[in-house]
Design a protein around this ligand. Sequence first.
Ligand code: CA
Length: 234
Amino acid sequence: MSKPTNPLILVVEDEPAQLEMICYNLQTEGFALERAADGEEALLLALERKPDLVILDWMLPKGSGIEVCRQLKTQKDTRHIPIIMLTARSAEADRVRGLDTGADDYVVKPYSVNELVARARAVLRRSRPASVGEVLTYDDLIVDTERHKVTRGGKKLKLGPTEYRLLCTFMERPGRVWSREQLLDRAWGRDADVDLRTVDVHVGRLRKALLKNGQQDPIRTIRGSGYALDNEAD
Ligand code: CA
């Protein structure tokens, strides 16, 4: 039996044998589970249960995985939920990577269940920084990790999922210089095939969001090294 505090994973897969295999292995690892066999059911369950992670098959009846992913990432109540896409072909994997679907990670079929479980753990670790429910503060910045709420000077900020993970990473260790590789590892995952320039793009977006109300730039760029959350810089 899973304890109620265990992370809840919604597994969406229309092939019963696959679904069972994934669920059996995740359950053995102590995760709580919900399961759905089509896109409609997946969206309903995600809204109702607010899982900590969605494992989502690409090819599904009643709404493709990519459509489900887009919908979850555009709705206020679900957009913070990390998503791992299961794709059958590397061409699909290329599209997950290339399109801005909002998926946090993807696994290409056939995959080993151990790999999938490891990816699930990694994604949950990144999305549940330090401990769930912790409030991270730095100067006038506050991140409520349980509610995924970010405020600066009391004003709410809207961040995309990647920018949110970057900010949580910075806020865990203010002043520390993070290399692009380290940020990539934390915000996208160790195996992500992401260009290092993508890190710059997302740090740029984070910076823009943080500066929205005309405040001081809290992110310091260290040429050739990386970035740090450091108000003393300028
Ligand atoms: Ca399928």
